[in-house]
Design a protein around this ligand. Structure first.
Ligand SMILES: [Zn+2]
Ligand SMILES: [Zn+2]
Length: 442
């Protein structure tokens, strides 16, 4: 097995410069979620170059290839995320779109393609059982909601996250376990335990426009309604259970039209996060109650749309240990840490709800993710090592009749069946209107 891993890693070493070059090319051409057409084209081109047929345009921009072992067995998905974030203040941000890989997803793609190279080296898959599914996945970052809601209205997507869409479309139906490696700063390697899930909300407060100086008494101030609603949310915080890491955070998308007119249309976006889905639903219910309170106080109206966000992440410890065993030789045992519970969210959480999956981090970057100072400083650790580690994990999991993969799948039944998972998502999709405008004021 060690010999097999060495052969697989040698394939990556031989193409080290090409892998680094590809990562740098993606860094230089960042694209945000469901718009990663050029990045996807690069991935598909790479797969084809190494003789791997692939399917493109999955959930709009996803790319999927498959390697078969000599014997049947479980399907292991290796994932890499295609999308950038929007951060116009970053020095490497695209001047037109503001997109930048300040979450390091370009490095994930380098890792995925490295793993593809390593595992397609002749002789490697012959020793393995089952299948390795290589998936470049769209839209992990939850942003540009207006654009994505429009895609949903056009029936091009239903859920706003890429992995959720791939699950919905059946691209995970033949997958039994999954892994990806995120890039980070700080420790050279880190295992994850759990992450918050979330629900997202769009609230539109409606009032009545009127001259703000002359006739404010004839208006209904939608900004006051929104402001009261946000204050009401703050008053809920003491009711959020300790240990649930509840986060409720909002932005005002639209605050009015002009300062001399009473605002009549104010739009607020809110994310509600927590460690368990029950705590997410509880805080979501309270948030919607607060929206209602704001509208009631001013005698206005509020239209609320709650949309399913991402599910909490529950990392599979047995898979994380496979990562840990293989990453040690690259970073040293002392450099591997544990992130504990994280209050951020990812649609990899959705994957961990329906199958054993792991989402560890490898270093190579500096600065905080999603910050203007985030950039890769160690291309080997960020771009080259992840491919080697994923290939080595695949070999461990699928060699010897895929005994380890079968054992992990057997001992880690899904937290949710696929149907329960979809039910859970649909339960979060709520559309409601609360109208407190009095007749005289309409
Ligand atoms: Zn991110
Ligand atoms: Zn990320």
């Amino acid at each position: 097995m060690e010999e097999l891993k060495r052969a697989a890693c040698a394939a990556i070493d031989e193409h080290r410069d090409a892998i680094v070059g590809l990562a740098e090319k993606i860094w230089a051409h960042p694209e945000s979620g469901f718009k990663e057409h050029e990045t996807a084209r690069l991935v598909a081109g790479f797969f084809k170059n190494i003789g791997l047929p692939c399917r493109e345009g999955l959930a709009l921009t996803g790319v999927r290839a498959e390697l078969k072992g000599a014997q049947p067995g479980p399907g292991l998905a290796l994932l890499g995320e295609l999308d950038a974030i929007i951060l116009p203040g970053h020095p490497a941000a695209d001047p037109v779109t503001g997109a930048v890989h300040a979450c390091g997803h370009h490095a994930q793609i380098a890792g995925l393609l490295g793993a593809a190279l390593a595992l397609s080296r002749p002789g490697v898959m012959d020793k393995l059982s089952g299948r390795v599914i290589l998936m470049a996945v769209p839209a992990e970052e939850y942003l540009e909601l207006e654009f994505r809601r429009q895609l949903a209205r056009e029936n091009k997507i239903r859920y706003l996250g890429g992995k959720q869409e791939l699950i919905r479309l059946g691209h995970f139906d033949d997958v039994d376990l999954a892994m990806m490696i995120h890039t980070g700063s700080g420790r050279k390697a880190s295992l994850r335990t759990s992450m918050n899930g979330f629900t997202s909300h769009y609230a539109r407060f409606m009032g009545r426009a009127s001259h703000a100086g002359e006739f404010p008494h004839l208006g209904i101030n939608a900004l006051n309604a929104a402001s009261l609603a946000l204050q009401a949310v703050h008053s809920q915080r003491e009711t959020f259970p300790d240990g649930q890491h509840v986060r409720v955070h909002s932005i005002i998308r639209k605050g009015g039209e002009s300062v001399n007119t009473v605002p009549a249309d104010v739009q607020v976006e809110t994310m509600v996060r927590a460690k368990t889905i029950e705590a997410v639903l509880d805080a979501s219910r309270k948030t919607r109650r607060c929206y209602r309170a704001g509208a009631l106080a001013v005698g206005g109206r509020v239209d609320v749309e709650a949309m399913p966000g991402y599910m909490p992440l529950n990392d599979c410890r047995a898979m994380a240990e496979v990562f840990q065993r293989n990453v040690r030789q690259f970073v040293g045992a002392d450099s591997i840490g544990e992130s504990g519970h994280m209050a951020s969210s990812t649609d990899m959480g959705d994957v961990t709800q329906i199958m054993p999956a792991t989402h560890p981090t490898l270093g190579g970057a500096e600065g905080n993710s999603h910050s203007a100072d985030f950039h890769v400083v160690d291309p080997d650790l960020a771009y080259v090592v992840p491919g080697k580690v994923m290939a080595m994990c695949a070999i461990d999991l699928l060699c010897g009749g895929a005994g380890l993969a079968r054992d992990i799948v057997g001992k880690n039944p899904p937290m949710l069946s696929r149907s329960a998972y979809f039910r859970m998502l649909e339960e979060q999709a709520i559309s409601e209107t609360h109208d407190y405008m009095e007749d005289a004021a309409r």
